[in-house]
Design a protein around this ligand. Structure first.
Ligand code: HMG
Ligand code: MG
Length: 308
């Protein structure tokens, strides 16, 4: 039997990755309420916004207002994305106490997403890391397109290791390995993670799966077998990247929690409260939750209604 960790850290990206791709504008007060509901559910990390160009991602405009209005819990960290020094200055001015930089393992996606080469992106992060150190702010690093690129296709595990190692040298406390377009399978995940753990300790690695082709939970299981204990997910299964054509929702937090709790793996998170947050935000977006867990819940409710 494979062995699994007894506890997993769930890193919630719904208010950032989930909302950045939505056509409908979500007002600041609803974004704040959504983040607070997720924090109340016991999630230890709730990614709260992004200090990127509002021309590039208009959905994340107002992240400063979100941080200002948020009632923060001491037990929860609220990271925000920053792509460059300008973003870091804005994040600091808004009172951010956790940030994340993001680049990718393929050149074409990095160009489309942040208008830089991979090497330039690392240079752009140096002043971010310097400012973060001065202000005692932890920096997370994302490596997108780790299992495949929407423009280039196959991405070699060595390319992922190179970028992740450059981020670790920069001083990030954790690297999140992203399957941005949801093309990964357990075989690919195993190849990338085995290459990574030979260079970077497993406890510094997180996994970030998009469920575009239904393989996200299988990929999580493979990652847990390889001693990874932090998993990114998005409530209601919202998400995508505006610069990754065809990228659909992230792995849904409810689906992840259902699997982990069913395996007796502790997360400290209430699935019911995450479900409430998912209903709230999908209501604000005028759509239904994408998660299998809530689709089954809705089907159960309909069956119960029909039985009466
Ligand atoms: P650029 O056009 O090359 O930047 O964009 P620039 O330095 O030439 O500046 C152009 C304009 O943007 C200027 O304004 C700057 O002031 C402004 P103008 O003079 O034209 O009025 N600007 C900024 N404004 C606000 N905040 C800033 C900032 N920087 C410059 N920080 C840039 C380069 C990186 C800024 C742009 O491409 C950008 O913002 N990209 C963000 C894209 C993004 O957010 N993508 C989604 C997140 S990544 C993701 O989802 C993947 C992940 O989930 C993991 C996975 O799934 O794989 C993390
Ligand atoms: Mg993502």
């Amino acid at each position: 039997m494979p062995t699994y960790p007894s506890r997993v850290t769930v890193y919630e990206v719904g208010p950032r990755d989930g909302l950045q791709n939505e056509a409908r504008h979500v007002p600041v007060e609803d974004r704040v309420r959504y983040i607070e509901m997720l924090a109340d559910a016991g999630l230890p990390f709730v990614e709260a916004g992004a200090f990127v160009s509002p021309k590039a991602v208009p959905q994340m405009a107002g992240s400063d207002e979100v941080l200002a209005a948020l009632h923060r819990k001491e037990s929860v960290r609220y990271p925000v994305l920053v792509p460059n020094e300008r973003g870091m200055e804005r994040a600091l001015a808004a009172g951010a106490s956790d940030v994340a930089v993001f680049t990718a393992a393929s050149e074409s996606f990095t160009r489309a997403n942040i208008n830089a080469t991979i090497a330039e992106s690392i240079e752009n992060f140096r002043p971010v890391a310097r400012l973060a150190q001065q202000h005692n702010i932890p920096v997370r690093g994302y490596v997108s397109t780790a299992l495949g690129c929407p423009y280039e296709g196959y991405v070699a595990p060595e390319a992922v290791v190179r970028v992740a190692s450059a981020l670790v040298e920069l001083g990030v406390w954790q690297v999140s390995i992203g399957d941005t377009i949801g093309v990964g399978t357990p075989a690919g995940v195993e190849a990338v993670l085995s290459a990574l753990v030979s260079e970077i300790p497993a406890d510094m690695i997180a996994v970030h799966f998009h469920d575009t082709r239904g393989t996200a939970l299988a990929n999580v299981l493979t990652s847990l077998q390889m001693a990874i204990t932090t998993v990114d997910s998005s409530s209601a299964g919202l998400g995508g990247c505006p610069y990754a054509p065809g990228a659909s929702g992230n792995l849904a937090t409810e689906d992840l929690l259902y699997m982990l709790h069913g395996m007796n793996i502790d997360t400290g998170v209430s699935i019911e409260k995450v479900a409430e947050a998912s209903f709230f935000i999908t209501g604000a977006l005028g759509r239904r939750p994408e998660s299998k867990f809530l689709q089954a819940f809705a089907a159960g409710a309909r069956q119960a209604d029909a039985a009466h």
